[in-house]
Write a protein that binds this ligand. Structure first.
Ligand SMILES: O=C(O)C(=O)Cc1ccccc1
Length: 306
């Protein structure tokens, strides 16, 4: 039974994602995303489940930066989890008594309308996770009057659900990934995704366009692109890419090789089955047999057999 680290404590959205991705796994709750990934890196756990992006708020930047800079980890699976937020209070507390709200930053940004409408004067404070906020609010004498999180966190910590479905949208989805130390890749399924980061060799006009061209000319569709600061000064960025397909597909492998030739560094972050099972729409000439036929033709020319 694998042991998987996750953003704890018990009752987070991350735990719900882990239970779906790996129902039989032993669970190791961690205080934050970095600690969960470190548990996977150090062997305390066999892997970790962490949030990567949200359909409303975008990237969970701590995860992107950890995957780009920390000891290498590979994504082996992903899950799209619908997230619904509840306002959780100690029994007896009503809206007028709520002066301080505690929750994860991703929940703050996704509940802006409710907070502005119902709690315009409340101070909203960032917590390590939604369940950490619920646990804190459940403590007698807590400086916080309410937490925002999954209804299940409220049940777990004995809180009352003062409002349900309080997110700005009711179709919000968070993408979670399972990561582990580098090893054999998941087999191609025909509906895969490949993640990587690329660092520019030098800054010049068209540098990003050149990177994108490596995917475009081989008919590889991108599903996410993100620029993140390198930390070396204003205007210095590196790029995260999610591409359709598996590194075992000729067009994806060749795009990665091309990217490597023109980048300072490329870090492969994994090829894994897509949660939505969508297969790429391939234009003609970019399937594996097309690459094999062209390679054979070139070999015949080079060996004088053409
Ligand atoms: O804090 C949690 O429960 C998490 O899993 C992180 C998170 C927070 C808000 C929306 C999606 C994920």
């Amino acid at each position: 039974m694998p042991k998987l680290a996750y953003l704890g404590p018990e009752g987070t959205f991350c735990e719900a994602a882990l239970r779906i991705l790996a129902p039989d796994a032993e669970r190791l709750p961690c205080a934050n995303v970095s600690a969960a990934l470190d548990a996977a890196r150090g062997g305390e756990a066999d892997g970790a489940v962490v949030p990567l992006e949200n359909s409303v708020e975008g990237a969970i930047t701590v995860t992107l930066d950890e995957l780009a800079w920390g000891e290498p980890l590979l994504i082996s699976a992903e899950l799209l989890l619908p997230v619904e937020f509840s306002l959780l209070v100690r029994p007896g507390i009503g809206l007028p008594q709520i002066k301080r709200v505690y929750t994860h930053p991703a929940a703050i940004t996704q509940c802006r309308n409710y907070l502005a409408r119902e709690l315009p004067d409340a101070v909203v404070v960032a917590a390590p996770s939604t369940a950490a906020a619920a646990l804190e609010v459940s403590m007698p004498g807590s400086p916080y009057d309410a937490a925002i999180g999954p209804a299940i966190a409220g049940e777990h910590y004995g809180l009352f659900e003062l409002a349900a479905r309080m997110g700005d949208r009711d179709d919000t989805v968070t993408r979670f990934v399972r990561v582990s130390r580098p090893g054999p890749l998941p087999e191609p399924t025909g509906a895969d995704r490949t993640s990587l980061v690329a660092f520019l060799r030098d800054d010049h006009p068209g540098a990003l366009l050149e990177m994108l061209s490596e995917f475009a000319v081989r008919g590889v569709n991108l599903t996410r692109i993100e620029s993140r600061p390198t930390g070396d000064g204003i205007g210095r960025y590196f790029f995260h890419f999610d591409a359709e397909g598996h590194v075992g597909d000729a067009r994806v492998g060749e795009a990665l090789s091309g990217l490597r030739r023109l980048s300072d560094d490329v870090r492969f972050l994994g090829s894994y089955p897509r949660a939505d099972r969508v297969s790429p729409q391939l234009k003609s000439g970019v399937a594996d047999p097309d690459f094999a036929e062209a390679a054979g033709w070139l070999a015949r020319i080079r060996t004088g057999q053409a």
